[in-house]
Design a protein around this ligand. Structure first.
Ligand code: SF4
Ligand code: SF4
Length: 274
């Protein structure tokens, strides 16, 4: 029952194969990795709480739709996308991808795929209004998903569908601040099937594991505010419920935040037993 609800709540990512997937409860969206938001994660993913999107979020969705139209990003079915890439077309599209190996799923803003002989060139683009360094973790997680030889597009294994022979994979990732597109940055993530910088892969997996530690948590009120949360986080749909449970800093957490450990004195009994 819970697994069915989890799939339903995946929205865009919900697919037939999730119903029989053993990683149903252990996989998560790459979009979480760009920011560490433990409270929002527990409420949305674990407790399946839904709130109306804030005006800022709606504005962001609109801007993304306009950008996709301007760029000519198509939205073919997974079957159609695979057939067109197999026929040698350079296809710029958007679809849901997932990797059982990394237990991650994503829906990038734009993915361009073209087969060139024995190589397949993949370019992933993510648009952000203003981006911070950690936003790269989302984009690199999308690169990681597409680097999996058994990556799925919809319910199909992408590489098995687009070619009969093994292909060498090149993956380029581009982050575009759409308010100032001239500051877009592109990075090679996979070159000829090998990760260019393994430290980046480790950073993505570390953030993923940090979230995985929260899979069993249900007491969101007991968690500290998300690090990106300011005093008045009206941009977050959870703010109306969240602001009623702002943890008050205690003397101990204040000291802890400066890296100072509270000294603990031994009890008389402990001292005598030494
Ligand atoms: S790994 Fe893929 S198929 Fe499995 S539950 Fe996650 S999104 Fe669904
Ligand atoms: S309101 Fe702040 S603390 Fe609450 S879920 Fe949103 S970002 Fe996190």
């Amino acid at each position: 029952m819970l697994t069915q609800q989890l799939t339903k709540n995946r929205g865009l990512w919900a697919k037939e194969s999730c119903q029989s997937c053993v990683y149903q409860k252990a996989c998560m969206g790459a979009s979480w990795l760009g920011r560490y938001r433990p409270r929002a994660f527990v409420m949305q993913r674990n407790l399946l709480m839904r709130v109306e999107s804030s005006p800022k979020q709606r504005q962001g969705t609109e801007s993304h739709a306009q950008l996709a139209e301007k760029r000519g990003v198509e939205a073919p079915t997974p079957e159609e996308a695979c057939n067109r890439i197999r026929a040698g077309e350079r296809l710029l599209f958007t679809q849901a991808f997932c990797s059982k190996l990394y237990r991650l799923y994503c829906h990038p803003d734009a993915v361009e795929i073209q087969i060139d002989g024995e190589t397949v060139n993949i370019s992933i683009t993510e648009d952000k209004a203003n981006y911070r360094g950690e936003d790269w973790l989302q984009l690199l997680a999308e690169g990681l998903i597409l680097s999996d030889p058994k990556v799925m597009v919809g319910d199909l294994y992408l590489f098995d569908r687009i070619s009969d022979m093994p292909l060498k994979v090149n993956i380029k990732t581009t982050l575009v601040p759409y308010m100032n597109p001239k500051y877009a940055i592109a990075k090679d993530f996979v070159r000829e099937g090998s990760f260019v910088d393994k430290a980046l892969v480790m950073a993505v997996l570390k953030r993923r594991n940090k979230y995985a530690d929260l899979f069993h948590v249900t007491n969101w009120q007991g968690l500290p505010l998300c690090p990106s949360c300011k005093e008045d986080a009206t941009w977050c749909g959870f703010w109306p419920v969240c602001c009623e449970h702002v943890p008050r800093p205690t003397k101990q957490t204040k000291l802890g935040s400066f890296g100072v450990r509270k000294r603990r004195y031994l009890t008389r009994q402990e001292a005598l037993s030494r």
